[in-house]
Design a protein around this ligand. Structure first.
Ligand code: M3P
Ligand code: FE
Length: 308
């Protein structure tokens, strides 16, 4: 495989208002596997088909939201090169020692122009997906709840969209896959970028307040699984924001809902695959409704304004 550089969004640390309530929610309703707890009291999870030790970390705090999003780099040399490039771009970096997060090697962290804390790391302990690397079965029987296959992407809200576009495309090796324009026909309202063949690995929406989280997204394998996720949400009285429906952007079939602390999360399937020679897609302001919710063709005010 020809993938180099940044491989994927690998971990996200979220703040929850009540840790044990958050643990029950992500374990029993979302259906992630708990993989450990650390001396700081943080709780670690992975989706069943991920092999790395963790992809979601919960920390108890007085306010919901995102602490940081980490991207896995190909190897330590790649991480070092990317760190130098981020510094040359004019952003200072710091290092977190190996082991500061369970099962995770050294991390490089820096604040991006939208105010979010982003990390790069190269090492995370392979704990497997519950199947052997030799003659595996296709899935594991002991899953609970919605049981997504992986953590897929985040949508972040913050002010300097031009700055993050420059940083991610010129320094971190991402490509723009889709863009939504504002009423003036020029300014970017929303930006979707990938570092892989996925339709997006990270997305940003312009917003006056820095460092905000719109949603953390988890991948399901079929539309039937998306419908089943909505059933599980209703059974558990989870607050659904919208869906099941489809995005025009990326073509994913989706549900947005809120966790017990008000952090929005998405469970979705589909979206197209990309190659590096794909041209980006542009959505104009007059079609922004269909871009975001293809069936309703209109925006729901809560979807654009509620962030943590
Ligand atoms: C997604 C997705 C917005 C569109 C969001 C799209 C907020 O979350 O996964 O494709 O404009
Ligand atoms: Fe999404």
């Amino acid at each position: 495989m020809a993938m180099t550089g940044v491989l994927r969004p690998g971990h996200v640390q979220l703040r929850v208002l009540d840790l044990e309530e958050g643990v029950s929610f992500y374990r029993d309703v979302v259906g992630l596997k708990e993989t450990g707890r650390d001396a700081q009291g943080r709780v670690y999870f992975k989706a069943w088909d991920e092999r790395d030790h963790n992809s979601l970390v919960l920390r108890e705090a007085d306010e919901a939201g995102i602490d940081f999003l980490g991207f896995k780099a190909l190897d330590a040399a790649t991480m070092d090169q990317l760190e130098s490039a981020v510094q040359a771009f004019g952003i200072s970096t710091t290092r977190m020692p190996a082991g500061e997060m369970l099962g995770t090697g050294e991390r490089v962290r820096f604040t991006i122009p939208t105010g979010h804390l982003i990390e790069l790391y190269a090492e995370k302990q392979d704990v497997g997906n519950g199947q052997s690397y030799v003659n595996p079965d296709p899935w594991v029987p002991d899953v609970k709840g919605i049981a997504p296959v992986r953590f897929d992407h985040c949508l972040l809200y913050g002010p300097d969209i031009e700055g993050v576009e420059k940083l991610f495309t010129e320094v971190l090796g991402f490509s723009v896959t889709e863009r939504v324009l504002m009423e003036d026909g020029e300014t970017t309202l929303a930006l979707f970028m990938n570092c892989s063949p996925k339709a997006h690995d990270i997305a940003f929406v312009r917003h006056p307040e820095p460092g905000k989280l719109h949603h953390v997204s988890f991948l399901l394998e079929s539309w039937e699984q998306v419908l089943r996720a909505a059933d599980i949400m209703s059974m558990n009285r989870v607050s659904i924001d919208i869906g099941p429906t489809r995005h025009g952007i990326t073509r994913g079939a989706t549900i947005y809902a809120f966790d017990c602390s008000g952090n929005r999360f998405e469970t979705f399937c589909g979206g197209y695959q990309t190659y590096p020679d794909n041209q980006p897609i542009t959505w104009t302001w007059d079609e922004v409704g269909a871009a975001i919710f293809y069936h309703d063709r209109k925006l729901n005010e809560r979807f654009l304004s509620v962030v943590t």
